[in-house]
Design a protein around this ligand. Structure first.
Ligand SMILES: Cc1cc2nc3c(=O)[nH]c(=O)nc-3n(C[C@H](O)[C@H](O)[C@H](O)COP(=O)(O)OP(=O)(O)OC[C@H]3O[C@@H](n4cnc5c(N)ncnc54)[C@H](O)[C@@H]3O)c2cc1C
Length: 474
């Protein structure tokens, strides 16, 4: 639809409405800073960057942009890896980091601006003995608006994603309307915005459910060599723990161990406690491994435990191009998927200390929001869905122009194979996406056809609505 619009008109930034409290930046340094994300693969110089003071600034600019077909997107900390927060060359970036404010903190919820980081939310809640129900992402210096647009998969495997504990949103649509929505009121917009990759509208305010935090967290780490036999042993232990549902967090990491020249899974199993200490004889009984490590920390320290690592390596790490692949797999396909991908990864992939693989098992039934694009349910009430990811980055040894292309080609093959297994892309990485990978539901497409007729918020999924609607009507 955008081809019908006059491109010269789209570039007339002088006619853009002046923000009321926010700032519309057109200078080159600000636009250059916004031209890249943490993945370092996509570079697209925006035409302008809005740092809004509130929803009204966004509404005015979006209705102006919508009339002219100027592509727009929200950008938080821009930590997605494949240009997802980019509107493309000449577009409008709405830098939501200026919406960083805690409006309300009660025993059962917190209401914040979309640019507030999960770190700020975690610290504010923790200071009152509270925590988010869903737990937090591994790294917490990410905006809540950005994470809500992705989904927010955590190691708390029983409570769904971060979006499952969102109670209310304020969203500005492409047409420039400001709406409050919940799972009951204005539910279509609510569901389109959560895990919507910014397509449903710009989230400006989020209310998240909270619960009481424990005093301390005990974590046991169990090691398994990454070979076909031990992969199955590890997956059986993961399934046993998930079925019992006694521990509070469960996730698996794998790293290359240079000393023994192989890759080792580390399964991290955490138990929250305030009174008596948790008993590993009970919690870890019948597993195939004894814990190799045990840690015990306060809830506050545990909730932000990975941040320090990233803090020490930024901004050098931010500058390195990255190849992140993140997929949801049905549990039935996981063992073979692990064998296949492990055989394709070697020391040139795990070239830096932060290069690693991750698995987050989740109870399928705990995911309630339709926007998160998951494998089809099997109907088994105990079904697990697993987020599998490899997070790789260039080392100093190999120039990015040599290192990246084979990995992007491999990711394309992986995505093709993933689709044949019924898996789906979790689109936070640098995987090449097509409009078919768009986080969507039928109602998102309907909603976009109404609220965003020129698809200015489509980002890398441009063309999705037209194709999807045509397919449905044929
Ligand atoms: C070190 C690290 C660890 C991570 N760990 C996890 C993890 O454990 N679990 C997990 O699920 N994810 C994890 N992620 C991924 C992370 O959740 C997503 O990349 C998230 O989207 C980042 O938020 P952001 O503010 O950087 O979003 P951006 O990259 O700025 O934006 C991401 C997308 O959301 C849209 N968007 C941003 N803000 C808004 C808004 N206010 N309204 C509408 N759309 C918006 C953008 O247009 C874009 O499409 C991790 C990322 C990193 C870098």
């Amino acid at each position: 639809m955008q081809q019908d619009l006059d491109p010269d008109l789209a570039l007339d930034w002088h006619s853009a409405p002046r923000p009321d409290g926010g700032v519309l930046y057109r200078d080159l340094p600000t636009r250059r800073e916004a031209a890249r994300d943490l993945g370092g693969i996509v570079h697209a110089l925006p035409g302008a960057v809005l740092r809004p003071a509130g929803g009204r600034d966004i509404a005015h600019l979006l209705s102006w942009a919508s009339l002219r077909g100027v592509p727009a997107s929200a950008a938080g900390t821009r930590h997605q890896m494949g240009g997802q927060a980019s509107p493309g060359e000449g577009g409008l970036i709405i830098d939501t980091r200026s919406l960083s404010e805690i409006y309300d903190l009660q025993d059962d919820h917190i209401t914040v601006g979309a640019g507030t980081t999960l770190r700020q939310i975690t610290e504010a809640a923790s200071a009152r003995g509270l925590r988010t129900i869903s737990g937090s992402t591994g790294y917490t210096r990410l905006t809540v608006g950005g994470v809500c647009s992705a989904g927010g998969i955590t190691s708390t495997y029983r409570t769904g994603a971060l979006i499952d504990s969102v109670e209310e949103l304020e969203v500005v649509t492409a047409a420039g309307e400001i709406h409050t929505c919940t799972a009951e009121d204005n539910a279509e917009l609510f569901n389109a915005a959560l895990a919507g990759g910014g397509r449903g509208g710009i989230i400006t305010r989020v209310r998240l459910a909270l619960t009481h935090a424990p005093s301390r967290v005990r974590t046991w780490t169990l090691h398994y060599t990454q070979d076909p036999e031990q992969t199955r042993v590890m997956l059986a232990d993961m399934r046993m723990l998930a079925d019992r549902g006694e521990v509070d967090e469960l996730w698996v990491q794998w790293l290359r161990d240079e000393q023994v020249d192989h890759t080792t899974y580390r399964m991290h199993v955490s138990s929250y406690y305030t009174g008596p200490e948790p008993d590993p004889q009970v919690l870890l009984q019948d597993l195939h491994r004894e814990p190799a490590e045990v840690t015990d920390e306060t809830w506050g320290a545990h909730a932000i435990r990975h941040d320090a690592l990233y803090d020490t390596i930024m901004p050098e790490w931010a500058a390195r191009p990255k190849a992140w692949s993140c997929y949801f797999l049905p549990e039935s396909e996981l063992a073979q998927w692990c064998d296949r991908t492990a055989a394709e990864l070697d020391e040139t992939d795990y070239g830096t200390p932060l290069s690693q693989g991750l698995m987050f098992p989740h109870k399928r039934t705990a995911f309630a929001r339709p926007g998160l694009h998951l494998p089809e349910p099997t109907g088994d009430p105990n079904e697990l869905v697993v987020l599998w990811g490899v997070l790789l980055e260039t080392s100093n040894d190999t120039p990015a122009e040599q290192w990246l292309p084979p990995r992007m080609g491999r990711a394309r093959r992986w995505v093709d194979h993933l689709h044949t297994l019924g898996g789906t892309v979790y689109p936070i990485g640098s995987d090449p996406v097509t409009p078919d990978d768009a986080p969507t539901t039928d109602s998102t497409d309907d909603l976009m056809a109404t609220h965003d007729p020129h698809q200015i918020l489509s980002g890398p999924y441009a063309g999705r609505v037209a194709t999807h609607l045509a397919r449905r009507h044929n």
